[in-house]
Design a protein around this ligand. Structure first.
Ligand code: SF4
Length: 240
């Protein structure tokens, strides 16, 4: 059966990975110094109002699985559905409260700051390709520019370079996780003679919205982990 959507995603992500390798840490460090972002402890970045969800790389998910597995949820939004109505997703996210705040946020402070996750450490720096005004994909380097924090704060060359290196490492690991997810899903769908069809996905999401519990296969450490979820668990995300 055709799985052209999955193939398309693998090609898109592989292209992005190749382009990411062209970024030198020094180029990103120069941008980081130029922007001079400084956190004002507003806490907004730890809410779904500002950021959809906190996606965890495998290593971070493995760490939290050992000590507090109840804070993990299959990341919204699920990427794929098979012919039997099972969803597939590329990893875990942190749960949020009903008001959309991260479960680790208290009084606008991170209660696990010293041990926060890779995405939390590099934020608001990023290297993602997103469409510009003319719909051409371009790399964005700062999330929520001018919507939070202060700017033109002095950042040392060493600090900027370390942040740039960590950001590139994060983006590389994220792209690898995504490519592995889609590649294994493609093999599995082919083997099971099934395919991802958009109208099946939309229908299943509608059933999920109406209260049906659904099976989600979460990509984790090279395998798909089956998890049953209900809509209530996603209330604070404002999804589906
Ligand atoms: S883990 Fe900490 S830094 Fe990360 S989103 Fe939650 S409160 Fe914010």
């Amino acid at each position: 059966m055709s799985n052209s959507y999955i193939r398309h995603e693998i090609t898109r992500l592989t292209t992005e990975l190749a382009l990411l390798t062209k970024w030198s840490p020094q180029d990103l460090a120069d941008i980081i110094q130029d922007v001079g972002f400084s956190c004002t402890l507003c806490g907004r970045c730890c809410t779904t109002e500002f950021n959809g969800h906190v996606f965890l790389l495998d290593d971070d998910a493995a760490r939290i699985k050992k000590i507090k597995p109840e804070v993990l949820v299959p990341a919204p939004e699920f990427e794929l559905v098979d012919g039997e109505g099972n969803f597939y997703v590329s990893g875990y996210a942190l749960r949020v409260r009903e008001d959309g705040t991260c479960v680790f946020l208290e009084n606008n402070r991170c209660t696990i700051y010293e041990n926060r996750f890779a995405i939390c450490r590099i934020y608001p720096y990023m290297l993602h390709r997103e469409p510009d005004r003319k719909k051409n994909p371009v790399f964005r380097q700062i999330s929520g520019l001018n919507e939070h924090g202060d700017y033109h704060y002095p950042i040392s060359e060493d600090e900027a370079y370390a942040l740039a290196e960590e950001t590139i490492q994060y983006e590389n690991a994220w792209l690898m996780q995504m490519i592995d997810f889609y590649t294994t899903a493609e093999e599995r769908f082919l083997k099971n003679n099934t395919s991802h069809i958009r109208k099946n996905y939309d229908r299943r999401i509608q059933e999920f919205k109406k209260g049906a519990s659904v099976q989600v296969y979460v990509w984790f450490k090279g395998d798909f982990v089956p998890v049953i979820v209900r809509r209530e668990e996603y209330q604070g995300f404002g999804w589906p």
